[in-house]
Design a protein around this ligand. Structure first.
Ligand code: FO1
Length: 324
């Protein structure tokens, strides 16, 4: 069964890990295409950093720091200490020595002319993703960078997503998000095909605005989701009105959408067939636009491997209930 997953960072990576576990339990050989958000990407110290891609690589590859969700285990920070001693900016983004190897290799290959898709394939091979039946694809090979537009001391200013998210602790609430480069970005090779020819498309509990929302902004992606014969099933990132992690509520406020499971489903209303909702939340009301969303209520909190597999199982079960 060809499954395509649109993913941001931690939530999407862990959901995908659960999906692989569930498929293994069912004796199914996985054929999973993960389309990763690249709007979080940033260049630091001359190196191209792709946080959502790296979180997926490390989580599926078994190297992720499980407490933080991003970065690697067994990390040292000697390089960053050396950079700080030189006063090399910025110092507010934690980069470990092992993590630097990923950014150096990626930048080396990009500089040699390889595409981000090609580079991501090489990185994925090192983390054993092909053997797990996973193909990891950047949403676009064209660099795009999400910015938060906030009211700063000198009036309106656009902050790079990471500066707002990490340095600013996702404060203040932006008036809007803009994605530099998205208008000239084309879907990376294989992305639209992965959606159109899938047997199932899954939206994990990633941030609906700055992760999945950015992927949806890539030209052709939304049309492919509307047109695919595959059921499209999503998992609410909001439980009892609160995001499980991260700052999805602040992001939803920025675009004037209520921080509810139904509010998020409304963002996907033109292509969503099934929606997993926590018992604490109301199911989306049927809308006149787009297909009627079938909702299943189940506990959505992933707190360990079993929960990850259970959530993926629930998504697969909901997909069976939904016929395109
Ligand atoms: N998140 C933080 O809150 N603080 C950090 O210092 C930080 C460093 C970092 C380095 C590499 C990387 O791949 C991710 C990193 N993240 C950090 C997480 C990152 O901001 C998020 O993973 C996404 O960009 C938002 O989902």
């Amino acid at each position: 069964m060809r499954i395509t997953v649109l993913s941001g960072g931690v939530g999407g990576a862990r959901f995908t890990r659960g999906l692989l576990a569930t498929l293994a339990q069912r004796g199914e050989s996985p054929d999973v295409q993960v389309i990763a958000n690249t709007g979080d990407d940033i260049t630091m110290h001359g190196l191209r950093i792709c946080p959502d891609i790296d979180t997926i690589l490390y989580t599926l590859g078994g190297g992720a720091d499980e407490d933080r969700g991003w970065g690697l285990t067994d990390e040292g920070y000697r390089v960053q200490e050396g950079l700080a001693a030189y006063g090399a900016e910025p110092g507010w983004f934690t980069l470990g020595d092992r993590d630097f190897a990923t950014h150096i290799a990626r930048t080396q290959w990009l500089t040699e002319g390889a595409s981000l898709t090609e580079v991501t394939g090489r990185l994925a091979a090192r983390w054993g993703l092909p053997e797990k039946g996973v193909t990891l694809r950047p949403m676009s090979d064209v660099p795009v960078e999400t910015h938060a537009v906030i009211d700063g001391p000198q009036g309106e200013e656009a902050l790079h997503f990471q500066e707002w998210w990490v340095r600013g602790g996702a404060q203040p609430t932006p008036s809007r998000f803009i994605v530099a480069g998205l208008d000239r970005a084309s879907a990376a090779p294989g992305v639209l095909d992965a959606i159109r020819t899938a047997d199932l498309v899954l939206l994990p509990p990633s941030n609906p605005v700055v992760s999945i929302g950015i992927i949806l902004g890539v030209p052709g992606v939304r049309d492919a989701l509307r047109g695919t014969s595959a059921p499209v099933v999503g998992v609410s990132p909001i439980i009892a009105g609160r995001p499980v992690r991260g700052h999805a509520d602040t992001c939803l406020d920025a675009i004037g959408v209520p921080s509810t499971a139904a509010g998020v489903a409304g963002l996907y209303r033109d292509f969503l067939d099934g929606w997993l909702v926590d018992p604490a939340d109301a199911a989306p009301a049927p809308t006149r636009q787009g297909p009627t969303v079938r909702a299943h209520h189940r506990d959505l909190l992933m707190d360990g491997a079993d929960d990850e597999a259970d959530l993926a199982t629930a998504a697969l079960d909901l997909a069976h209930d939904v016929r395109r």
